[in-house]
Design a protein around this ligand. Structure first.
Ligand SMILES: [Zn+2]
Length: 62
C-alpha cells in the first residue's frame, strides 16, 4: 500500500473544497510521528488506531 499514488499529480486551476481533514496531522500515539492522511478521520495511524473488529474466541455473537 503506497500513499504516493496521489503525489506527483498537481492540481491546477480550480481549487474545489474536498471533504478532507487538516493536513500535517500526526498519530496521537506517543512516540509515533506517522503522518495521517487527510482522509483519515481518526487520530491514530493505521498501526495504532483502535481495532473495531471484535475478537471473538469461539463465542458466537447473535
Ligand atoms: Zn501511530
Amino acid at each position: 500500500m503506497s500513499e504516493r499514488s496521489l503525489s506527483g499529480h498537481t492540481m491546477s486551476g480550480s481549487e474545489r473544497p474536498s471533504r478532507a481533514f487538516a493536513k500535517n496531522r500526526t498519530c496521537r500515539e506517543p512516540g509515533c510521528n506517522t503522518k495521517l492522511s487527510i482522509y483519515n478521520s481518526g487520530k491514530f495511524c493505521h498501526r495504532h488506531e483502535p481495532m473495531v473488529v471484535p475478537r471473538t474466541r469461539g463465542r458466537k455473537i447473535a
